[in-house]
Ligand binder design. Structure first.
Ligand code: DX5
Ligand code: ZN
Length: 233
């Protein structure tokens, strides 16, 4: 499969967001990745609908919204309306048993079983809006997505515990990608700690979309970086 690069604006300069989007285009990235964090699913709070609405008219590149929020069901339609092309929702929100958190507990979420029917309701909402639906798995969540596999457009494997850019790649994601690739021919993305050393491992495992924040926005030659990532086999 052709390798694609998704640039996460989490590491962009927010005072010059329009120029940063143009930088993504000029560098040849395939899509823009918007990390939405609610301060509950993850410890951090980032950006949301108003920023998506602001950047939507600036680019024709597909925009992926990665929803690291506890209650995606309340927001998927709003993100579709605000212009997301791809809406990525975390499977942990649909875990059985449902995760209940104490205040101030930010242990990374993982589940071993999901309520597939519940998640399918939201996947169908996304698709009814004409958008692509992607299922996201945290590093410690095993492959538990058989019940939704036929209806999703892609799987995004987290290779860091979500919440921040610039973290170290967690190789736990790799065996899951290999196993999934054996019976899943649609998009498999990886997100977290992608760089010149880790991207080849992800591609060898079966990934076709590489999401990157700090590696891309920290580069002095983003065009060359993207060209090299796209050459990986
Ligand atoms: C992590 C986000 C990632 C993050 C990646 O919570 O979902 O998209 O921005 O950042 P890097 O590429 O710096 O690891
Ligand atoms: Zn992300």
């Amino acid at each position: 499969m052709k390798i694609q690069v998704s640039a996460s604006i989490l590491s962009a300069d927010f005072t010059r967001l329009g120029e940063e989007i143009k930088k993504c285009e000029a560098a040849g990235v395939d899509m823009v990745h918007v990390d939405v964090m609610d301060g509950h699913f993850v410890p951090n709070i980032s950006i949301g609908l108003p920023i998506l609405e602001a950047i939507r008219p600036l680019t024709k590149l597909p925009i992926e919204t990665h929803l690291m929020i506890t209650n995606p069901w309340d927001y998927v339609e709003a993100f579709a309306k605000a212009g997301a092309d791809i809406i990525s929702i975390q499977v942990e929100c649909y875990g059985i048993p449902a995760i209940k958190r104490e205040a101030h507990d930010f242990t990374p979420w993982s589940v071993t079983k999901i309520d597939a029917e519940k998640m399918l309701v939201d996947i169908r909402k996304i698709k009814a809006a004409g958008k692509k639906a992607v299922a996201v798995l945290n590093p410690a969540t095993p492959l538990c997505i058989d019940g939704i596999l036929k209806e999703i457009d892609g799987v995004l494997m987290m290779s860091v515990n979500p919440g921040y850019a610039g973290q170290k790649f967690m190789p736990e994601a790799l065996p899951k990608i290999k196993e999934l690739r054996d019976n899943f021919s649609k998009d498999i993305s990886i997100d977290g700690g992608v760089n010149g050393e880790t991207a080849p491992l992800a591609v060898q495992a079966g990934v076709n979309i590489l999401a990157t924040a700090s590696y891309f926005f920290g580069s002095s030659n983003p065009k060359e970086l993207v060209t090299n990532l796209k050459k990986l086999k």
